[in-house]
Ligand binder design. Structure first.
Ligand SMILES: Cc1ncc(COP(=O)(O)O)c(C=O)c1O
Length: 368
């Protein structure tokens, strides 16, 4: 298997830790280890006693138990823990897909969601969405593109990079088609929990379809990317067992301090999510005002979930050049859409971090 560069990750490798203002972060504000430990009076002492041997390969029982509580019908046996969401995407595609399988992928998207399938030799159809259609997924497109050899549909909602959220009705239609054609659904739910209205939250795919694999992670909604801890949840025993076996060749097991801290964070998920949604709401109000003030320069669709959006430039200048000028002159990092193989007009903006108002003020100084 030969993989090309992961464009977005190479861009972050170049800039993320060298710029003053990261205005395209894909995650929420993080925590220090001590802040997490302070959630419980006995946690600091317990963390110091944490044993540093190997962890259980599929994730410790207590961790899988906490993760299972995030779902309606999952048990710890349905949860397989990985090193980040990235490992789970890689492992899923390697066990579930073969050359010549056809896969339909929600697009634009995080590159690994189509790239791994492509590098395996799958035929990949991009389920294209457009800004002009509010990034809506078209069910007619899906129906028209199903083939004899279609094996899986790959979805991501709340969506990176557009902030799009499927409606309950559309989700139902996708499920019905998947059931009818016996397709796997790989649903990247790494932003789940960041819906601004609770009633907009979709059920997890794994809770409503036995051939769905839901992807979760501590990185995005919880802001704990440094734990490098993700998981899949599924009732599909065959996929589960094959992924568990494949993992013996990738990471074997997770880091035990990360497992400890993830359990703690999951026990306090309400406090964490409320803090993160508070930051997002505050920042989103500023963004709505900013884009209203500058509607001659940018398009703007205020998202319904998540901490990122994908506006576009109305200028002649391409997004790549705009972002380059911005980072060179002001030290503010935005992410241009060419890194998503999605033209050169859009850019990703992130608003999950506490210092977003300062970054936005720098962007405003740059454009006026
Ligand atoms: C939609 C999506 N899925 C998966 C990942 C990978 O997550 P992790 O960094 O936790 O491995 C990312 C990271 O940016 C993402 O945005």
């Amino acid at each position: 298997m030969k993989l090309p560069n992961f464009k977005l990750e190479r861009y972050f490798a170049q800039y993320e830790f060298n710029v003053s203002y990261l205005l395209c972060a894909s995650d929420c504000e993080s925590f220090s280890i001590q802040e997490l430990l302070d959630f419980e009076p006995t946690a600091t002492a317990a963390f110091q006693q944490q044993w540093l041997g190997y962890a259980e390969s599929r994730g410790g029982f207590e961790l899988r138990q906490e993760i299972a509580k995030l779902y309606q019908h999952m048990t710890p046996d349905n949860i397989l823990v990985h090193v980040g969401a990235q490992e789970a995407i890689f492992n899923f595609m390697n066990v579930a897909l073969s050359a010549n399988d056809h896969v339909i992928v929600h697009f634009p998207c995080y590159q690994s969601l189509f790239e791994i399938a492509q590098s395996i030799g799958c035929e990949v159809t991009m389920w294209q969405t457009k800004e002009a259609d509010n990034w809506e997924l078209s069910i007619d497109f899906l129906r028209a593109n199903l083939k004899q050899n279609t094996k899986a549909i790959v979805l991501n909602c709340p969506h990176n990079p557009t902030g799009y959220l499927l409606s309950h009705d559309k989700f139902g239609e996708i499920l019905a088609l998947a059931k009818q054609h016996n397709l796997l659904i790989f649903f990247d739910e790494v932003y789940r929990g960041l819906e601004y209205r609770a009633e907009d939250r979709l059920p997890s795919a794994c809770d409503v379809y036995e051939n769905a694999i839901s992807l979760g992670v501590m990185s995005k909604s919880y802001g704990l990317a440094g734990l490098r801890l993700g998981w899949i949840a599924t009732k599909n025993e065959d996929i589960y067992q094959r992924m568990a076996s494949f993992k013996d060749f990738t990471t074997i097991c997770n880091s035990t301090p990360s497992e400890f801290l993830a359990i703690l964070a999951l026990r306090h998920q309400n406090e964490i999510m409320q803090r993160n949604l508070g930051i997002i709401r505050h920042n989103l109000a500023l963004l709505n005002d900013f884009f209203a003030r500058h509607e001659e320069l940018f398009t703007w669709q205020s998202p319904k979930a998540g901490c990122i959006a994908f506006p576009s430039l109305k200028l002649h200048l391409g997004a790549e050049q705009f972002c380059l000028d911005l980072v060179q002159q002001k030290g503010v990092l935005l992410l241009p859409s060419n890194h998503y193989d999605f033209g050169n007009r859009n850019f990703r903006i992130g608003f999950g971090r506490k210092n977003m108002p300062e970054s936005l003020a720098q962007l405003e100084e740059f454009i006026v």
